[in-house]
Design a protein around this ligand. Sequence first.
Ligand code: CO
Length: 289
Amino acid sequence: MKIFMIFALITVLSFGLFAEEQSSTQKGTKNMDAILLVTFGTSDPEAKKAFVNIEKLARAKFPVYEIRWAYTSEMIRRNLAKKGEILLSPEEALLKLKEDGFKNVYAQSLHIIPGEEFHQVVATVVKFKKDFDKLIISPPLLNSMADVKKSVKLMLSKVPTERKKEDAVLFMGHGSGKHPSDMIYVAAAYEIEKSDGNAFLATVEGNPTLDDVLAGLKGKKVRKAYLLPFMSVAGDHAKNDMAGSEPDSWKSILAKNGIESAPVMKGMAEYDEIVEIWLEHLEKTIKGL
Ligand code: CO
């Protein structure tokens, strides 16, 4: 009886091992579906942790997909290449995916708004469509008013808890002055102010401007403002234009207006719940919804 049980145990164990071996072989067989994460990019190694976080969460949510990156900013790719770090443009990344035999590719835009950069990626995708069974572009973070509301609510929840009620919160969006999608920042600013009377959003290169917001800050006699990037990474703009010491930085301009700054150097993509919005877009795109 005992011998039989041991035999049975060995059978179960060896079957278990075999099963594991089989599944690892299956894992080894190449899946021909890929996700291409497309971002503006950053040359700031510190800011890059936001991308590491996106990749970690994307791998967890889509384990069977090949995951690759593309940077839309030529300037950033050039700067990184000088340091020996080769990043591909969306075009180069799609060529490589084609060469490597991938059949279905889902390009996820990690941009904030469907602006200039996003539409360039759309044009590239259209160009490469014939090279794949399926090549689909998935929308950026703020692609509907629902996305705006969700993101604003999340970002307001990330304001440091030591903030007092009379302290202001000022988000720095990128802005895209010449693109119609710039209006999405105006919509986000509206949602922010509606949710919290002392919270505002202004942009570096679009609307609303810092001037638009300054009047409100002064009218409310604000003495201290928490500054948060409304951008995927806390990169160049956050470091220099938001929290830098140059006379034209927001910190300096606010100081001139009697407002002390408390910068929070964390990009939106460092918050898992924000990344989840991008990944929900991707999931819908993959499912064809
Ligand atoms: Co910029």
